[in-house]
Design a protein around this ligand. Structure first.
Ligand code: WQD
Length: 338
């Protein structure tokens, strides 16, 4: 059985990917410092898969601790690297924290990947590397505009490091540029960590419907879009998880090393904020108390992906609908014992 190390495997996308890897007969070892997640996620993974993955509580900036894990866990076939801070607003206030954690962690990991000759590496990147979009849909060849946040910059730099370091590391790299991950595993055993009050749209929608927030502020309502609100490319987190397994399988079948592919992972559809709210209300029967307000600083008006490269290279296709995303997000929101 192929052995995969997943850094940040206790996080939102990481835990869903761990589930999909186990269901695809991979043996998974998790490295996570639990700074942004809870140990209970392990039980959620076990409830779904029947498997309790090994967890090493290590921060990637602790090079010695990280090396010890790879000395203990031999014959690793691949690494999926999620462990990074991901809050745009936090990164604007604390750029040094984001650079230190996200970039130093990656550099430590790559030195170890080289030392242990690990062949397959998947990097968690983001559509935020595109900056302000002027042509839609966005493909991997779309020119990158200036980053809109230090968070996005750490993803741009992360991809540049892989692109330039690939000459000295005989591995095969893929950077997956996620669009807007939403929803949760339908079992209700794993989902977005409830520990952090989210600024993202979907947790705000479900939290407002659940009475956690008095109302949902809709940032922008008379913008140049079909209904005046912003357009985004929402992707179900389970579809996103499956894309990581597909990326690993693709890499395992590649002969050439010292390579780096960049791939968009999105639904390929643009959905407005008001359409998403409407889909949530229709699917759940709940009403969302909302107020139409001015656009949020730094927001792009519209972005959605051209995901044809993922279809072509990874034979990957998103399967979940907007209704699946809303229902699973609501199911997670109302789950008592999460
Ligand atoms: C979506 C839309 C808001 C909250 C983020 C990260 C990005 C990537 C994907 C990691 C926007 C509107 C939101 C609210 C609203 N993450 N909105 N009211 O900003 O598109 O992207 O997630 O890779 O890096 O920035 O996501 O969910 O915050 O916003 O109207 O209370 O919902 O204006 O148009 P975003 P989001």
């Amino acid at each position: 059985m192929k052995r995969i190390i997943v850094t940040g495997g206790m996080g939102y996308i990481g835990s869903h990917t761990v589930v999909d890897l186990i269901e695809n007969n991979f043996e998974v070892i998790i490295i996570d410092d639990l700074s942004r997640s809870e140990e209970g996620v392990l039980q959620g993974i076990k409830k779904i898969t029947g498997v309790l993955p090994k967890l090493y509580k290590v921060n990637l900036c602790d090079k010695e601790g990280l090396s010890k894990v790879f000395e203990t866990e031999q014959n690793i076939d691949g690494v999926i690297h999620f462990a990074a801070f991901k809050y745009v607003d936090e990164s604007v206030k604390l750029p040094l924290l984001y650079y230190k954690n996200n970039i130093s962690g990656l550099l430590n990991l790559l030195e170890i990947v080289k030392q242990h000759d690990i062949k397959n590496f998947v990097f968690s990147s983001s559509c935020s590397v595109y900056g302000n979009i002027d042509t839609l849909p966005v493909s991997e060849n779309t020119k990158l505009n200036p980053s809109q946040s230090p968070y996005a910059s750490t993803k741009v730099v992360g991809e540049m490091i892989l692109e330039e370091a690939k000459v000295e590391i005989p591995s095969k790299f893929i950077s997956l540029r996620y669009f807007n991950p939403v929803g949760a595993h339908m079992s209700g055993h794993i989902g977005e960590s409830p520990a952090v009050i989210p600024n993202n749209l979907v947790p705000r929608i479900t939290g407002t419907a659940h009475g956690k927030f008095e109302k949902l502020m809709v940032f922008g309502y008379n913008l140049p879009t079909r209904d005046g609100s912003c357009i985004r490319d929402y992707i179900h987190v389970v579809d996103l998880a499956e894309a990581h397994t597909a990326a690993l399988k693709f890499l395992s079948n590649q002969e050439n090393t010292n390579t780096h592919e960049i791939i968009n992972i999105g639904s390929g559809n643009g959905v407005t904020v008001l359409e998403l709210i409407n889909a949530f209300e229709k699917t759940t029967g709940k009403t969302v108390n909302k107020e139409l307000t001015e656009p949020r600083e730094g927001d792009v008006i519209a972005v959605y992906s051209d995901n044809s490269k993922a279809n072509r290279l990874l034979q990957w296709q998103p399967k979940k609908t907007i209704e699946d995303m809303m229902l699973s997000a609501w199911n997670w929101e109302i789950k008592e014992d999460k």
